[in-house]
Design a protein around this ligand. Structure first.
Ligand code: PLP
Length: 361
C-alpha cells in the first residue's frame, strides 16, 4: 500500500514541461522555456569556476551578492532575500503566509507554477480573468476577501509579455487591505527596464509593510541553471522568511556567478539590446506571415494563429517540431490558438525565421 500524500497535493495534475526530445532532427532549436540563448557575462563564468575550488565547504554567507544588488539598485541590503531561483522564494512566501482556508488572488495569465505552490500550501486560488489579456485591477481588488492573504501579479507578464501600466502597482496596493500581501513577480524586468518606463516597485516596498518584489538571475542575466533569485521585501517579511529558509539552499558557484553578473552592467545592456532587436525582427516577420503577435517587452513573444491561416496553432507547432524548432504550446493557459516563442541567439532566430517562411510563406 502506498503512503497517501496530502489531499491538496494528490488532487494536483502533474506539472507538464514541454517535450524537448526530437529524435531524428539534425538541428534542434529549443525556444520553449524563456531561457537566454546568449552566453552570460564572462566574469560570471569565471567567478563560478573559481568558486568550484571550495566545493567541499558549505556556501559562505550571501553578503557579497546582497551588497552587489544593493549597490546597483540602491536598496537596503538588509531587506534583500536570496533564494534558489525566485521559485524557492515563492515557495517560502506561500508556506509562510498561507494555510488551509487562506485565499490567494492571482491574475489569469500570471505565472502558472505559483498556483501550484499556493495549492500545496493549502490555500484556495481565486483566478481573476484578464479580458483582452490585460490585468483587470478593479476585478483583482474586488476579489480580495476576508480570507485573502496574498495577491500575486507578474510584470512583465508571462505569457503575455506586457508590462503593467505606470502607477498600476501603487494603485493596486492602495486598493487592497494592508493585511494582504501583494507579491509582484518581475522575472523579466531587466529587458523592460532597458526600454524605459518600467516601474520596479522598490520604492513602494520602502513605503509600507505589504509589498514584495521578486527578481531573478534566470532570464536577462542568463543564469537559469545556477538557480538564483532575489526579493526586496519589508523587514518583517525578511525575518519571517529567514526563519524557514534552508540556510544553504544556493550553491557557492551560483552565488559567485550572480554577484559577478550583477556587477557586469555592460554585458546586461548588450544582452537586452540584442534580445530587443531579435524580438522585434521576429515579430515583424511573423506579422508579415499573417500571425497575430502581441507586443512584448521581454525575451519571449506570444502569438496567435488566426483562423484564415493554412495551419492551426497545433498544426504549426507539430510542423515546427518536425523541422527542429520547439516552441511552447499554450493549452495550459487556455490559449489553444497561441504559441509562445523564446527569443534565441542570432543564429537560432535566422533559422527560425527561415522555417516560419517555409511553413507559412
Ligand atoms: N516568474 C516567472 C514569470 C517566470 O516566467 C519564471 C520562469 O520561467 C519564474 C518566475 C521562475 O524563475 P526562477 O528561475 O528564478 O525560479
Amino acid at each position: 500500500m502506498t503512503t497517501p500524500s496530502r489531499a491538496e497535493i494528490s488532487r494536483l495534475p502533474e506539472y507538464s514541461l514541454p517535450d524537448l526530445d526530437l529524435p531524428g532532427c539534425e538541428k534542434v532549436v529549443q525556444l520553449a522555456q524563456n531561457e537566454l540563448a546568449i552566453a552570460p557575462s564572462p566574469a560570471a563564468v569565471q567567478a563560478a569556476g573559481a568558486a568550484l575550488q571550495t566545493m567541499n565547504l558549505y556556501p559562505e554567507a550571501e553578503s557579497g551578492l546582497r551588497q552587489a544588488i544593493a549597490e546597483v539598485h540602491r536598496l537596503n541590503p538588509a531587506q534583500l532575500l536570496i533564494g534558489a531561483g525566485s521559485l524557492e522564494l515563492m515557495s517560502l512566501l506561500t508556506n509562510a503566509y498561507c494555510e488551509r482556508g487562506s485565499e490567494v488572488v492571482v491574475s489569469q495569465y500570471g505565472y502558472k507554477f505559483f498556483q501550484v505552490l499556493c495549492t500545496t500550501a493549502g490555500a484556495t486560488l481565486c483566478v481573476v480573468p484578464e479580458p483582452d489579456m490585460r490585468v483587470d485591477f478593479d476585478a483583482i481588488a474586488a476579489a480580495v476577501g476576508e480570507h485573502t492573504r496574498l495577491v500575486f501579479v507578474v510584470t512583465p507578464g508571462n505569457p503575455t509579455g506586457a508590462c503593467l501600466p505606470a502607477g498600476a502597482v501603487r494603485e493596486l496596493r492602495e486598493s487592497i487591505p494592508a493585511r494582504v500581501m501583494l507579491i509582484v513577480d518581475c522575472a523579466y524586468a531587466e529587458f523592460a527596464e532597458q526600454q524605459g518606463g518600467f516601474e520596479s516597485g522598490f520604492d513602494l516596498v520602502d513605503d509600507g509593510e505589504n509589498l514584495v518584489v521578486l527578481r531573478t538571475f534566470s532570464k536577462a542575466y542568463g543564469l537559469a541553471g545556477m538557480r538564483v533569485g532575489w526579493a526586496y521585501a519589508p523587514p518583517d517579511v525578511v525575518s519571517t522568511i529567514q526563519k524557514i529558509r534552508p540556510p544553504t539552499s544556493t550553491a557557492s558557484p551560483s552565488l559567485a556567478a550572480a554577484e559577478a553578473a550583477m556587477r557586469d552592467r555592460a554585458h546586461l545592456r548588450y544582452i537586452c539590446t540584442e534580445i530587443a532587436e531579435l524580438r522585434e525582427a521576429f515579430s515583424e516577420h511573423a506579422r508579415s506571415l499573417g500571425l497575430r503577435v502581441l507586443p512584448s517587452t521581454t525575451n519571449f513573444v506570444l502569438f496567435e494563429c488566426p483562423g484564415n491561416l493554412p495551419l492551426s496553432a497545433a498544426e504549426l507547432d507539430a510542423r515546427l517540431r518536425e523541422n527542429g524548432v520547439i516552441l511552447r504550446p499554450m493549452g495550459s493557459y487556455d490559449l489553444p490558438n497561441h504559441l509562445r516563442i523564446s527569443i534565441g541567439s542570432r543564429a537560432d532566430m535566422a533559422f527560425v525565421n527561415e522555417v516560419f517562411s517555409r511553413l507559412l510563406g
